[in-house]
Design a binder for this molecule. Structure first.
Ligand SMILES: N[C@@H](CCC(=O)N[C@@H](CS)C(=O)NCC(=O)O)C(=O)O
Length: 220
């Protein structure tokens, strides 16, 4: 483990927050050890509390430094493994960086009905159930957000800021949700192309391929 990083996560077909930290580490090209805490066997969170000050995963350990929370982990990685030696997670341009930050924050602090009504574990069932109307309404909000906020003309790449970065990392599990629950994207062609690009990114596939190979968890 060249980079001395240990990431504690939940099961890959359950823990959408863990996915974000994992995809960020993978996108940075870092060598890290992953340690899975089975969430179904940790109902009282005692195992999580032993390694995470918030009692939640993901949590990153880097020597004596312990960082819980997906967005805090992204910030830590960018500071500790900055570009150009490592791929950038935030755009270099200040205005673009502000845009990437509000996009990432919008996902981090919102879309609760989508998360509840389109639970990540249900994405891996052969036939996910019909989501509640309020979850579908938030899915429509997400599609509009991506449709109406394309990358600037000067950007290179199909992602929200051109190249794959923190905002895309934060939205990746939501993209899995919309795709798995078969939310229609016909009226949002740009958003549909964006979702496809995110799902095809190697860092996202590195999480999703093993997640799909696990036995689906209808409950947890
Ligand atoms: N805001 C946190 C959320 C982390 C989170 O809620 N993780 C879940 C697993 S996916 C967890 O450990 N939940 C335990 C609990 O909320 O009791 C992040 O961004 O990492």
């Amino acid at each position: 483990m060249r980079d001395g990083l240990v990431l504690y996560i939940g099961e890959k077909n359950i823990s959408s927050w863990s996915m974000r930290a994992y995809v960020a580490l993978a996108a940075k090209g870092l060598d890290f050890e992953e340690r899975t805490i089975p969430l179904r066997e940790d109902k009282d969170r005692s195992r999580r509390r032993r390694v995470s000050p918030t009692g939640r995963v993901p949590v990153l350990h880097h020597g004596a430094i312990v960082v819980p929370d997906s967005l805090a982990i992204i910030e830590y990685l960018e500071e500790t493994f900055p570009p150009p030696a490592h791929p950038a997670l935030w755009p270099a341009d200040r205005a673009e960086r502000a845009r990437a930050r509000w996009l990432a924050a919008a996902m981090h602090s919102g879309f609760m009905k989508l998360r509840e009504g389109m639970s990540f574990n249900l994405c891996f069932l052969p036939q996910p159930p019909q989501p509640p109307a309020e979850a579908l309404a938030e899915a429509a909000d997400l599609l509009s957000l991506w449709e109406e906020n394309p990358p600037p003309k000067t950007a290179r790449g199909p992602f929200l800021c051109g190249e794959f970065g923190a905002a895309d990392v934060m939205f990746a599990p939501a993209i899995v949700r919309l795709t798995s629950f078969r939310v229609p994207t016909g009226k949002a062609p740009r958003a549909a192309a964006y979702m496809e690009a995110v799902l095809a990114h190697p860092a996202v596939k590195r999480w999703m391929d093993p997640a799909r190979a696990l036995p689906p968890a209808a409950t947890y």
